[in-house]
Design a protein around this ligand. Structure first.
Ligand code: ADP
Ligand code: MG
Length: 284
């Protein structure tokens, strides 16, 4: 389905710095690390699912990328620039872990999406035709073009999640980071969301998706990173992750011997193996 899209890579990408680069990085609160020793690179075109149990540190990690949790050790670079010197905020789109917009917000869908455009506008500019067309396209890709003038409070939870994604897209980010985009969204709307992300992936948009409902995104995700108790316990191509969980399931069902377990556990990307699989995210 997603036969290599238009991602402008192949030649350029291997020399361009990774979009996100972490080296033994740790993040936390009040000087206490919650996530430790994370080493990984995210490159253009990759769609990375960050999985892991509740409380394992997924949000702490992705919020750390945005400077919203304390960076307590190791290195973090965005587009080759150390986080504390990074100023190009429009390049990083973020959809926080929240179910919906506040009901006290009285605004139209289009107005909310337009606020995502502000980071690309100078204070002396009035919104111009480019801004409007970016906003229109963002609404279109999330399937809400026909609701542009609707009051956001009249939308369902799933539709409101899509408004927030459109708002993030309005800044034309180079990477879109989403924390639990399907949380609190019913199954039908999860499929719509998965389609939206599929469309973005086909356009070559790089994404980091925190989720514990991987099922909705299996066609989109190229790489899986599992966080367990504040550490990376798996990092590898989505296919290997599928095989590994398959092997483990198989083990449970048939009571095969231990060496099969060990083989499953030895798949690429166990701690320390880190990133750098340059699968570049293109689905075969
Ligand atoms: P996940 O997103 O994987 O469910 P979180 O990153 O939200 O996990 O939380 C990981 C750990 O960090 C939890 O033990 C949680 O209690 C703690 N934590 C989260 N937010 C804060 C905070 N603002 N201050 C202190 N500890 C926090
Ligand atoms: Mg979380």
């Amino acid at each position: 389905m997603f036969v290599t899209a238009s991602a402008p890579e192949v030649d350029g990408a291997s020399t361009a710095p990774p979009i996100i680069s972490l080296r033994s990085a740790s993040f936390g609160y009040a000087d206490r690390a919650v996530v430790s020793d994370v080493t990984l690179d995210v490159r253009a075109g990759e769609v990375v699912a960050v999985l892991g149990p509740n409380g394992s540190g997924k949000s702490t990690l992705v919020r750390g990328l945005l400077g919203l949790t304390q960076h307590l050790g190791g290195d973090l670079e965005l587009f080759g620039v150390p986080r504390d010197r990074f100023r190009d905020h429009a390049r990083v789109g973020y959809v926080p872990q929240r179910h919906t917009l506040s009901t006290s917000v009285r605004a139209t869908v289009e107005e909310i999406v337009a606020t995502g455009r502000l980071v690309r506008q100078s204070w002396f500019d009035r919104p111009n035709r480019t801004d409007q067309s970016v906003i229109d396209r963002a609404l279109d890709v999330v399937g809400l073009a026909d609701r542009a003038r609707a009051d956001v409070t009249t939308l369902s939870g799933g539709q409101q999640r899509r408004v927030l994604i459109a708002r993030a897209l309005a800044s034309q980010p180079d990477v879109l980071i989403m924390d639990e985009p399907t949380a609190g969204v019913d199954t039908a709307n999860q499929h719509v969301l998965a389609e939206v992300l599929g469309r973005l992936a086909a356009q070559g948009v790089t994404m980091v998706i925190v989720t514990h409902e991987m099922d909705a995104f299996v066609d989109v995700v190229t790489r899986v990173v599992v966080i367990d108790n504040g550490r990376v316990s798996f990092d590898g191509p989505a296919d290997d992750f599928g095989r590994q969980s398959g092997a483990v399931l198989h083990e449970h069902h048939t009571h095969h011997h231990d060496d099969e377990m060990r083989r499953a556990a030895g798949l690429p990307g166990t701690p320390g193996a880190g990133p750098l699989d340059r699968s570049g995210g293109r689905r075969a």
